[in-house]
Design a protein around this ligand. Structure first.
Ligand SMILES: C[S@@+](CC[C@H](N)C(=O)[O-])C[C@H]1O[C@@H](n2cnc3c(N)ncnc32)[C@H](O)[C@@H]1O
Length: 249
């Protein structure tokens, strides 16, 4: 599905952090002129998974593991440090969707509220950065249990590929963001393949950028999404990519 989806160019935009030397310049180009079609191009078939049993079965046991290597985590934390509101403000609120025991936020980052939403209560209960958390299967119920215009930033780390109702979820992300608030979807090239949607397992990194860009675009209410390769040591560690957009003010 690559080829026609991508166009050349360069984009410097919101929420851009410094790139490591050797970062793949093609990543940012994907969303420069993405040529999205008129209608959302993914349906039931693309959102199917090999394992269609309840996600609560898969996530019933806590996994106190890292899903990406230390360098990739470090790169994401550094990116967050560069784009998050300054630490220590009581009026700042952040939400980590598909959260677990670890959110990769900068060490000692403080905000009035840091909420997490995920599938495993034990993992969420051990996440030291969260001030509150909710357990919800977003594939059963893609609504977010938060008021409109609540959060300055919504993050989703290495998990967007598990969501079978991505448009509904992204509309909810838009709803709960404050006007001008930032949504950051990050991912690497690893996943639980039986639980990832088929369009993800059938495609590569550049396609994934386009797919997540399409989620933002077709959800509506966001400024045009952009992408960045934040891989710390390209070719030597897990790659790390971010696709991000701000809610229209
Ligand atoms: C690969 S782990 C990533 C966890 C964490 N964000 C990190 O960076 O380590 C995938 C996460 O997605 C969450 N998740 C998977 N399917 C979900 C669903 N249907 N609804 C809500 N969260 C889900 C799980 O709770 C799990 O924490």
């Amino acid at each position: 599905m690559t080829g026609g989806f991508f166009a050349a160019g360069g984009r410097s935009d919101i929420a851009v952090a410094r790139q490591a030397a050797g970062a793949n310049p093609e990543i940012a180009k994907v969303l420069v002129d993405p040529k999205f079609p008129d209608a959302f191009p993914f349906g039931e078939q693309e959102m199917q998974r090999y394992d269609e049993s309840s996600d609560f079965l898969f996530y019933s046991q806590p996994r106190f593991v890292q899903h990406i290597d230390d360098d990739a985590i470090g790169a994401l934390t550094k990116y967050y440090a560069e784009v998050f509101p300054e630490s220590g403000r009581e009026d700042t609120a952040l939400l980590d969707v598909c959260s677990s025991w670890i959110s990769h936020y900068p060490k000692d980052y403080k905000a009035g509220r840091i909420s997490g939403l995920g599938m495993n209560e034990e993992e969420l209960g051990r996440n030291p950065i969260l001030s509150d958390y909710a357990v919800r299967d977003l594939n059963e119920d893609p609504t977010l249990p938060y008021e409109d215009n609540t959060f300055d930033v919504v993050t989703n780390a290495v998990s967007v590929d598990y969501l079978t109702k991505p448009l509904e979820m992204m509309k909810e992300v838009n709803r709960v963001l404050k006007p001008g608030g930032l949504a950051v979807m990050s991912f690497s090239n690893r996943c639980f393949p039986t639980k990832a949607v088929s369009i993800w397992t059938a495609t590569g990194d550049l396609d994934h950028i386009w797919i997540v860009g399409a989620y933002f675009h077709f959800a509506g209410g966001f400024e045009p999404p952009a992408a960045q390769d934040i891989s710390p040591k390209p070719g030597k560690t897990d790659p790390m990519y971010v696709v991000y957009a701000r809610k229209k003010a």
